[in-house]
Design a protein around this ligand. Structure first.
Ligand code: CO8
Length: 257
């Protein structure tokens, strides 16, 4: 694996590692994740999954913006759909999946964490859906899962302002279950919670996950509408302006075109 460090024990720890891009998810990393998650689901000696980011700054700073600028509309739609499927595979994993958010969890990184069953964060973590700063919207299920976790009003505010929130604010609104003061404590807590879950009946745990998820239909209009809108927005001048502004480290000047 080029972009992931994977330790297979009874609990599989997956560390996203692309330090040059604050662990942003490019297509290669997504493909690697798909392979590892499938392996975790299929291997009977793997009992649960912890996902974290390498370094002290970022969990995952989003989809890889530079890669997004190279996509055609059809490729953007296909990538959004395939990312949604991979995150759905995580959400439906019959074994517990914990996101240990150790820094920026923005855009696709926040969407990734939201697909996990439980989110823990260290004090320095920051959450947000800043896609509107680029002239796009979240495309990996974020419009659906954020509303599920924090309610429609707060989800709309976060997705429309693109604001970043602290770990404590994320906890207050239900996006995060627990906050730790250090990153070392973060992984210890993840280990402690998953170990507690693994002492319960595995069939019962799988049934809890399946039952909770069945109440939140994936096959609804929301996910498809999100990926269609994502693809359409990648063809706009606003997207070119938003991504150019990010790369040139300046504020965007959107014209609604
Ligand atoms: N993609 C690519 N490169 C990135 C990303 C990213 N998401 N985030 C950071 N980087 C790179 C920077 O370009 C920079 O590279 P370089 O050193 O070559 O200039 C390096 O990482 C370090 O970043 P900064 O210098 O910007 O670090 P700062 O500490 O100043 O800022 C931030 C940290 C605030 C996290 C800032 O990097 C930032 O705003 N990053 C972008 C966050 C963002 O907008 N995320 C959303 C991306 S879009 C998305 O996720 C869509 C998901 C749905 C996809 C659907 C289908 C395709």
């Amino acid at each position: 694996m080029k972009n992931l460090t994977v330790v297979f024990k009874p609990i599989c720890t997956i560390t996203i590692s692309r330090p040059q891009a604050l662990n942003a998810l490019n297509q290669e990393t997504l493909a690697e994740l798909k392979t590892v998650i499938s392996e975790c689901i299929n291997r009977s000696d793997i009992k649960g999954i912890i996902i974290t980011g390498s370094g002290e700054k970022a969990f995952v700073a989003g989809a890889d913006i530079k890669e997004l600028t190279q996509l055609s509309k059809d490729a953007a739609f296909a990538l959004a759909q395939s990312g949604q499927q991979i995150f759905k595979m995580i959400e439906d994993c019959p074994k517990p999946v914990i996101a240990a958010v150790n820094g920026f969890a923005l855009g696709g990184g926040c969407e990734f964490a939201m697909a996990c069953h439980i989110r823990l964060a260290s004090e320095n973590a920051k959450f947000g859906l800043p896609e509107v700063n680029l002239g796009i919207l979240p495309g990996y299920g974020g419009t659906q899962r954020l509303a599920q976790l924090v309610g429609r009003g707060k989800a709309l505010e976060l997705a429309m302002t693109g604001d970043m929130i602290s770990a404590q604010e994320a906890k207050e609104m239900g996006l995060v279950n627990h906050v730790t003061s250090t990153q070392a404590e973060l992984l210890e807590l993840a280990d402690k919670i998953i170990t507690k879950i693994l002492k319960k009946g595995p069939l019962a745990i799988a049934a809890v996950i399946k039952s909770v998820n069945t109440g939140y239909q994936f096959a609804n209009e929301g996910y498809r509408t999100e990926s269609e809108n994502f693809a359409a927005l990648t063809t706009t001048k606003d997207f070119t302006e938003g991504t150019s502004a990010f790369i040139e480290k300046r504020n965007p000047n959107f014209k609604g075109e």
